[in-house]
Write a protein of this length. Structure first.
Length: 146
């Protein structure tokens, strides 16, 4: 199997998210899409083989650090690569923000909905998930570019 394609773990989770949409389980799809974004982002910033990655993993395991994806792709990204994802694609950034708001509602209340910055509440739909999916793909490409 020398020609076997090796997928990054976040891509497997992304595939599971898509399967959840096809099966009509939108809550699970939200959770898996958010997990895929978190995995890709943290692996990009804290590569497994780097000292920073090992230090981060240790601190995270000890509960001493809790870094949010949105913090990494904005302020941290500006310091590390000179550009935030928000500056790169503001609409995609807003979608990722809404994805994580919805993920929190699903994880903590079992409710597939979220509120935007104006306080307007949205029920999750396949259309919203598709938009978030497209924005996640933009995030992955952006992360791969540095």
């Amino acid at each position: 199997m020398a020609n076997q394609v090796k997928f990054r773990f976040y891509e497997e989770i992304l595939s599971e998210s898509q399967a959840s949409v096809f099966n009509g389980n939108l809550r699970r799809a939200v959770l898996e899409l958010a997990i895929a974004c978190e995995l890709a982002t943290k692996q990009s910033f804290f590569g497994e083989a780097s000292r920073a990655g090992l230090a981060f993993e240790y601190l995270e395991d000890k509960g001493r650090v809790n870094v949010k994806v949105l913090d990494l792709i904005t302020g941290v990204a500006v310091q590390v690569i000179g550009q935030s994802f928000k500056d790169f694609d503001k609409n995609a950034y807003i979608d990722i923000d809404h994805l994580f708001r919805c993920r929190n509602k699903v994880a903590h209340r079992g409710e597939p909905k979220f509120k935007d910055d104006t306080g307007k509440e949205y029920e999750i739909s396949e259309e919203i998930l598709q938009r978030w999916w497209d924005s996640a793909e933009k995030l992955f490409r952006w992360l791969d570019s540095f």
